[in-house]
Design a binder for this molecule. Structure first.
Ligand SMILES: Cc1cc2nc3c(=O)[nH]c(=O)nc-3n(C[C@H](O)[C@H](O)[C@H](O)COP(=O)(O)O)c2cc1C
Length: 220
């Protein structure tokens, strides 16, 4: 039976979506079933996602950046799966909420000594048989270039590993930001990015990861 991949991403101006579509076609060309889900700033996407990550063998998570961070709805949908409940309950501990979710929160957040909450915490060890994941990011990087995408990539990697998907790596490439050649920036003019070369690199990145995880019979 074909192995199943899920791509979860958010894209406001279409840059990350181009990468997501290329990743999808690469999985399919390699014989995988591949579903993709573009999250929106919608309560139903976060509270009632139309899929279960546990049904998949491989998870790809993608986002653009705003103010140095990935889009909130990507983080929140992953948090929803990690916590098993409305992520606003956990976000209260950071004095944050999700403004587009209007449904009232349950009266009492689970107390920290509640056994149900304690059962969420425990050392996680991911081994060679764990399911796999990759992160992909498009970014402007005007000041520092690729390192600007690293904190977001690590944050998303941490979330997917909490979901028991071992993160095999991150693909980052510039994505059109301002409608100006921006000659004084790290990457210079990125108005055509991601371009075909970036998408080919995304394709190669996935091909390499699939090669890495291909079972080969051991030598006698
Ligand atoms: C309001 C705004 C804030 C942004 N902030 C950052 C940032 O902090 N760091 C960065 O590298 N890129 C930043 N960008 C650039 C986007 O991350 C980049 O254009 C990305 O490719 C957008 O992806 P999308 O088209 O999939 O939404 C910003 C873009 C906008 C419009």
């Amino acid at each position: 039976m074909a192995k199943k991949c899920l791509i979860i991403y958010s894209s406001y101006t279409g840059n990350t979506e181009k990468v997501a579509l290329r990743i999808k076609s690469t999985f399919e060309r390699n014989g995988w079933e591949c579903d993709s889900f573009k999250t929106r700033k919608k309560a139903e996407d976060i509270l009632h996602p139309p899929f279960d990550v546990n049904d998949y063998d491989f998870l790809c998570v993608g986002s653009g950046l705003r103010v140095h961070l990935p889009y909130n709805e990507v983080l929140n949908i992953l948090r929803r799966f990690r916590l098993g409940f409305d992520p606003r309950i956990a976000l209260r501990n950071r004095d944050e909420t999700i403004p587009y979710i209007k449904e009232p929160l349950p009266d009492m957040p689970p107390p920290f000594d509640d056994p149900d909450v304690l059962s969420h915490h425990g050392k996680i060890v991911l081994g060679p048989d764990s399911k796999k994941a990759v992160i992909f990011i498009t970014y402007g990087g005007y000041e520092f270039g690729p390192v600007e995408a690293e904190p977001s990539a690590q944050l998303l990697a941490l979330e997917v590993e909490h979901l028991r998907f071992k993160c095999l790596g991150t693909f980052c490439c510039p994505g059109r930001f301002l409608n100006h050649p921006t000659p004084g920036t790290f990457h210079g003019d990125i108005r055509d990015r991601p371009n075909e070369k970036d998408l080919l690199k995304a394709e190669m990145f996935i091909e390499e990861k699939l090669e890495e995880i291909t079972d080969r019979p051991a030598l006698e």
